[in-house]
Design a protein around this ligand. Structure first.
Ligand code: GLU
Length: 295
């Protein structure tokens, strides 16, 4: 489902959960923040099902998403976009990136990457989120060598080189770090590196590519999401520049945390919206609960 921003006061946002577990208080907070922002702006909030991880997705979790959001009093335009039905769009984007010469197939396993990183001469650094930066072992392989088990990676250095002279700027509103931001190419090379854009067979997009392609296809003008995804923004901005897609405004919100300060995870079933519902908590009480647990 796409919405023309012109018919929505220039404000289209979305809530984009993955059906890999039950929604918890953190999802409720994210959804409520997105719907509230749309309502204040007189705009629209869409629901998108991010079901590309076929090993973890389960149909009952998708049903639970619809039920729990409706129970919270939220509604959305139908039909809902499902990423599992979007292979053609992702493939088109990959073809375009292929023509630009900024992607390559990678057959490294996690163990290969760990081994290469352990060799000091490879010289790769660790990202600030603790993630490892891909050491570039397969960089230089041509796309026509791609095999069925390969991942497709962005050649960060070539992509930035291609856009040289273009300022990758974006705006953020919301509580985390509002204002105008500009991507730092050195940090993108050294701390982010050659991220995976697709897995296995071409057309199965990974998070960064699918989210950028779908936000554009759905006419999303404002991306409302948790601060855990803050560091993805420069990658998304770069992909938008390469694919010549519109650039939204970002709004990152705080995360709901438990008493020990840890962000909630899907395995914390005790805090699932379903568990609150079954325990007799009302939708209004859940709304209050997710707000008071924000730190
Ligand atoms: N599907 C992502 C998640 O569940 C959210 C994607 C986004 O908002 O950019 O964390």
């Amino acid at each position: 489902m796409a919405v023309d921003p012109k018919s929505a006061n220039g404000f289209v946002t979305r809530f984009a959960p993955s059906p890999t577990g039950l929604l918890h208080l953190g999802h409720a907070y994210s959804a409520l923040t997105a719907w509230e922002a749309a309502s204040v702006a007189g705009g629209a909030c869409l629901l998108r099902i991010e079901d590309t991880d076929t090993t973890r997705v389960r149909p009952e979790f998708e049903t639970a998403i619809f039920d729990d959001l409706a129970w919270l009093g939220l509604s959305w335009p139908e039909p809902v976009m499902r990423q599992s039905e979007r292979h053609a769009a992702y493939e088109q984007a990959l073809e375009r990136l292929g023509r630009l010469g900024v992607i390559y197939p990678c057959r490294c396993t996690r163990a290969d990457i760990r081994a290469a990183l352990a060799a000091p001469q490879e010289g790769a650094m660790s990202g600030d989120a603790g993630a490892t930066v891909y050491p570039g072992t397969c960089r230089g392989r041509a796309m026509d060598e791609a095999g069925p088990g390969d991942a497709i990676r962005l050649d960060m250095d070539r992509a930035l080189g291609l856009l040289e002279g273009e300022t990758l700027a974006w705006h953020e509103t919301g509580p985390i770090h509002p204002g105008r931001h500009v991507a730092d190419p050195a940090a993108m090379r050294n701390e982010i590196g050659d991220v995976v854009l697709a897995r296995k067979d071409i057309g199965t997009a990974a998070y960064h590519l699918s989210v950028v392609v779908d936000d554009a296809a759905q006419g999303v003008t404002h991306v409302v999401r948790g601060r855990d995804l803050l560091e993805s923004t420069p990658i998304h901005r770069l992909l938008q520049a390469l694919l010549e897609l519109p650039v939204p405004v970002w709004f990152h919100h705080e995360l709901v945390r438990d008493e020990a300060g840890r962000r909630l995870a899907k395995r914390d079933d005790a805090r699932s919206i379903r568990a609150y519902r079954e325990g007799g908590t009302s939708p209004d009480e859940v709304k209050t609960l997710c707000r008071i647990q924000i730190k």
